[in-house]
Design a protein. Structure first.
Length: 393
């Protein structure tokens, strides 16, 4: 059995974490199966060392530019799959080939093109780009024999745009962090010492970082002894970042609100474990890996009451409306000043995080692959646990 994994769209972030984790577990759970990871030139350093049953193949054409990547996916990839004699194509990304010679399973990562909250803030160019991506995503789902969604919320959202009644689908969540590193020296090397509130997110408008900053400033007016707010994340929207920086400057809060930029993935657990509380205001997520990581580390979490977030936290958090300054700022004060609340939330976070597992996600994925293939010999059959193999059709 030969399974191709198309990875040319994979970049730093939750999608890469997901792919690397399932590569690791596919290597353990299905050693008798062959997996081919199909990437583009320039991605060689992104992925973990290939397990014994994996081959990594990198191609120059899809690495040139977006148009070349789309042409490769639509025209070159089908012929490549035939030449490689693949039995199944797994595409962990919204856009994909439309004419696979073998059964295809799509995994839907990006819900932003389907969310009006996100689109209303974008430039005309970005609105056009996201509209095209939405159409390409729908076309890819329609050409798939199976679709993996990362949450029930995500599945409901996509079901407004495509009839899923004739498709095999499954909801498979991300796994949890299992890094016990607590070194307080790591935040210090980023200039962070003492107590602090933490938010980790790429800088995009829909992450509601500007709203969080405004609400923290409003909270300071009522409670001057708040811990500093540390915001870690890669800047993907310079104009939005400048808006945030202007608000911080006007409030004279530069010493208390720190945008520290990209933090190495290996350093993040130390931030989670040393922060006083974790703030997560985002409203557009399919399955926020960062939030699961924070809960895995026992963070006291205050988060958005919108979208998929309540599904992931399942009550193990304090919730706020990210667009309501009074509500959001009150929740910041509450979680920052009430030690008993933080202790209770930390216990709830750890308990909830136990629900998420990369091994579980990988077993469910392999089971779904089997279901699509109608295989007589299941992948990783000797290790499968029946309760992890349920498929939603």
């Amino acid at each position: 059995m030969r399974i191709a994994i198309k990875a040319v769209q994979t970049a730093q972030g939750g999608g890469l974490t997901h792919l690397n984790k399932i590569i690791e577990w596919f290597g353990k759970l299905a050693p008798e199966r062959e997996f081919l990871l199909l990437g583009k030139t320039g991605q060689e350093s992104l992925f973990i060392p290939a397990p014994a049953n994996f081959r990594y193949l990198f191609y120059r054409l899809p690495g040139l530019h977006l148009a070349a990547q789309i042409w490769w996916e639509r025209q070159a990839l089908p012929a490549l799959l035939s030449r490689l004699k693949c039995d199944l194509l797994f595409e962990p990304g919204n856009r994909g080939t439309l004419h696979s010679p073998c059964p295809k399973i799509s995994l839907m990562h990006n819900i932003a093109p389907f969310d009006s909250e996100y689109l209303k803030w974008e430039t005309p160019y970005q609105k056009l780009r996201q509209s095209l991506l939405r159409k390409a995503t729908i076309a890819s789902m329609e050409s798939s024999q199976g679709i993996i969604f990362l949450s029930n919320y995500s599945k409901r959202l996509f079901s407004k745009y495509i009839d899923l009644s004739g498709k095999k689908t499954v909801v498979i969540y991300h796994g949890r962090l299992q890094n016990d590193h607590q070194d307080a020296v790591i935040p210090a090397k980023y200039g962070i010492a003492g107590r602090f509130l933490l938010s980790v997110s790429h800088i995009w408008r829909y992450k509601k970082i500007l709203e969080m900053v405004k609400c923290y400033i409003a909270a300071l007016e009522k409670e001057r002894d708040l811990p500093p707010l540390v915001i870690a994340g890669t800047d993907y929207s310079p104009s939005y970042t400048k808006e945030i920086e202007r608000v911080i400057e006007r409030a004279g809060a530069g010493e208390l609100i720190r945008l520290i930029g990209t933090v190495a993935e290996s350093d993040l657990p130390a931030f989670y474990r040393n922060c006083q509380a974790f703030l997560f205001p985002s409203v557009i997520e399919a399955c926020p890996n960062i939030l699961i990581e924070a809960m895995s580390c026992g963070c006291a979490v205050a988060c958005s009451n919108r979208g998929v977030v309540p599904e992931i936290t399942a009550g193990a958090a304090v919730y706020f409306d990210p667009d309501d300054i009074a509500d959001f700022s009150a929740k910041i004060i509450s979680i920052a000043t009430d030690s008993h609340l933080r202790q209770s939330l930390a216990r709830s976070s750890r308990n909830r995080a136990r629900y998420f597992s990369w091994e579980k996600a990988s077993r469910q994925s392999l089971s779904f692959f089997d279901d699509i293939l109608e295989s007589g010999q299941p992948l990783g059959a000797k290790d499968r646990k029946p309760e992890l193999a349920k498929v939603e059709a």
